[in-house]
Design a protein around this ligand. Structure first.
Ligand code: NAP
Length: 249
């Protein structure tokens, strides 16, 4: 059964990793996909081809999620090209890990802008077409680190915790318009972002803390995003779904 037949979905930061897996999963379920990237143009074009092969109407946009004007232009272009926006997956994100003693103001600002301000930048734009349609699902990519914190990741943790507060507020603001807003808090997922965790002894000590005993896959996060994007979760809003192999227990 296809869960998103003819829906229009935005996915930010879909050229690699979790974003790419989400774009493919939503397209497999019948959605048309407008997605952004920042630097991986070749990968974005390759993803366009894969999505087209799945039968989706698709277009990639080079758009910096941290820059308000670029997000405004991106969503305007999407509504012009695709007609509306039904689903918005705020996925773009980075980590710049450093102990607080060494964390520079520039590193702090960059992480907050790309991870947190980006969610405001895009969500503020997509709620216009969603309010008009009295329908919408927004899914924000938080992290288990935003719930638990982690030494050396204060900026990342603060940005991901901020996303949770934003998500719960927007759920309350827009529930009466039938717009739902939820967050996913992944644990350790195998992508470029966590590549360094898989090396040496560090990997063993991370795995010992995960009840399921393994890192997650991008596809497992995409399955969670599909659930939250679709009517399968029609009575769920303002929630944070932990997809972390039990690491939060
Ligand atoms: P990734 O493999 O490093 O991919 C990051 C994606 O974000 C890329 O497509 C990148 O585009 C895009 N991006 C980065 N900065 C951007 C910007 N300023 N504007 C637009 N796009 C931008 O990361 P990932 O592991 O898939 O993570 C995806 C999301 O899940 C992030 O929000 C991350 O914090 C969250 N998360 C990941 C994990 C994990 O274990 N991997 C765990 C919890 C949460 P380009 O390649 O074009 O630069």
């Amino acid at each position: 059964m296809k869960l998103l037949e003819n829906k229009i979905a935005i996915v930010t930061g879909a050229s690699r990793g979790i974003g790419e897996a989400i774009a493919l999963k939503l397209a497999e379920h019948g959605a048309n996909i407008a997605f952004t990237y920042l630097s991986s143009e070749e990968r974005a074009k390759a993803l366009e081809e894969k999505l087209s092969r799945l039968g989706a109407k698709t277009r990639s946009y080079r758009s910096n999620a941290a820059v308000y004007a670029e997000c405004e232009a991106f969503v305007n272009a999407v509504t012009k090209e695709f007609g509306t926006v039904d689903i918005c997956i705020n996925n773009a994100g980075i980590s710049k890990d450093n102990l607080l003693l060494r964390l520079t103001p520039e590193q702090w600002d960059e992480v907050m802008a790309i991870n947190l301000k980006s969610v405001y930048n895009i969500t503020k734009q997509v709620i216009r077409p969603m309010m008009k349609a009295k329908n919408g699902s927004i899914v924000n990519m938080s992290s288990i680190i935003g719930i638990k914190g982690n030494a050396g990741q204060s900026s990342y943790a603060a940005s991901k915790a901020g996303i949770i507060g934003f998500t719960k507020s927007i759920a309350q603001e827009l529930g009466s318009r039938n717009i739902r807003c939820n967050a996913i808090a992944p644990g350790f997922i195998e992508t470029d972002m966590t590549h360094y965790l898989k090396e040496g002894d560090a990997s063993k000590s991370f795995l010992e803390k995960i009840p399921l005993g393994r890192f997650g896959s991008a596809e497992e996060i995409a399955n969670t995003a599909l659930f939250l994007a679709s009517d399968m979760s029609s009575y769920i809003t303002g929630q944070v779904i932990s997809a972390c192999g039990g690491l939060n227990i």
